[in-house]
Design a protein around this ligand. Sequence first.
Ligand SMILES: N[C@@H](CCC(=O)N[C@@H](CS)C(=O)NCC(=O)O)C(=O)O
Length: 502
Amino acid sequence: MGNGPQISLQLSTRDHMMEEVKLMGALPSLYSCRVEWALTLKGIKYEYIEEDLLNKSSLLLKHNPIHKKVPVMLHGGKSIAESLIILEYMEETWKQNPLLPQDPLEKANARFWAKFADEKVAFPMWTAFLLKGQEQEKAMETPLQALKSLDEDLKGKKFFGGKSIGLVDLVVGWIPHWVPVIEKVLGLKLLGADSFPSLYAWTERFLNVPFIREKLPPSDRFPYCCMVENPSQNCLSFSNASMRHGRKILSCLKIRARELRLDLGLNSQRRSVGLTLGLLSTQKEKREREKAVKSALEAMKTLDEELKGKEFFGGERVGFVDLVVGWIPYGVPVLEEAGGFKLLDADAFPFLHAWGERILNVPFIKEKLPPSDRMLAYAANIQLKASPTHQPQDPYERANARFWVKFTEEKCGLSIRTAFYSAGEEREKALKSALEEMKILEEELKGKEFFGGERVGFLDLVVGWIPYFLPVLEEVGGFKLLDADAFPFLHAWSEISQRSLN
Ligand SMILES: N[C@@H](CCC(=O)N[C@@H](CS)C(=O)NCC(=O)O)C(=O)O
């Protein structure tokens, strides 16, 4: 055999090795993470393409039409799907820093454990996590038993791959990072030093390897994984722990909200201002109040229709609109009591009424409800403090009042809501507008206790949602608007209003 063909073969292999590598992944995915580790270990340059699994790109669907999952590797334009297959492909294409041993028996062993770990730990543990109570306990037995076998295999070794990280280490590499998150959310211990001594010691060793540590997925993306893996799961009801990840959950839900006719929620929210105002008005504004009640009833009818045949606005689980109109089942009864009338009637709004009971029993919602006695005190307090003439009689003053209602609804309120619902540039823009508009309110309040002077006035009612609603939006949205230094008067006013809630 001459040298010619061999040389040309080597050249083409080399060319192939040098071809462009792209990786389609998702930040929290334990499957794409292992491929990234392998790429780093082998020193292969690649372009990372983050995939939104709740809104899959045409690129993903084109390159993985069968599973429609990440990771997918593109090498010289050709696609390879399924993480274990990608790792094997990489091993055969780029020989440096091998993931598998040379010896055929050892190689077969490593492949066995990698397959075993995916089939018996990763998938079952994930499935178990999404269950509840006894079902969960039972389902957790398989992955825990499998971890025991992995612990045995690891005995006396530094890594599964021996002295250095190999295929099995990368495959089970999600464990040290994700299991503690799962433990935190479920409030139980799965991977202890006593029950899994070798595995436990390995987790610390593994996480201390610099290139592993640097590529760990952010753990606040955890609820996102749950949403992707099981969209029918009511991921909001996990536990308190998930509340800390509220922002991410909301941003996931937001994507779905488009399908859920987001406008419905926003409109009803806007009407709620009218409703609150209407109900808290005095007899003098009877007509105003009747108008507000009528519009509230219409809005509730629309909501009732929308709910027909569904458990939640989001379908089988709590969705975005459920969160937006979630104040109704606890807020309306308070207003009913304060105002002495009935709105949320079970006969008139059967679906809305049933939904109200359902949503108040979702653990995450239940735990975060403001106590209704405080709500009642607040409503009563405002009624008491509000001057009977809080709707000014003077035409100019009335025009002024109308101006402020419009301003808070169309400017300040809208900017704050937009900031909450949006992201990126749009959010930045909305936050900037909100700050400017709050500055205007601050000016209006300067030197006064209430917008109405010494007593609660019309504008106090109009912007009365700020003290109790803005902090919630700030916490969940992860932004700060009502800063005490920037808005000393607005802040003090908000504190007074909050005190009347306590
Ligand atoms: N067996 C696959 C599993 C990949 C997988 O489950 N990927 C998840 C992300 S962690 C995914 O893309 N899910 C999207 C979906 O199920 O729609 C592998 O090893 O690559």
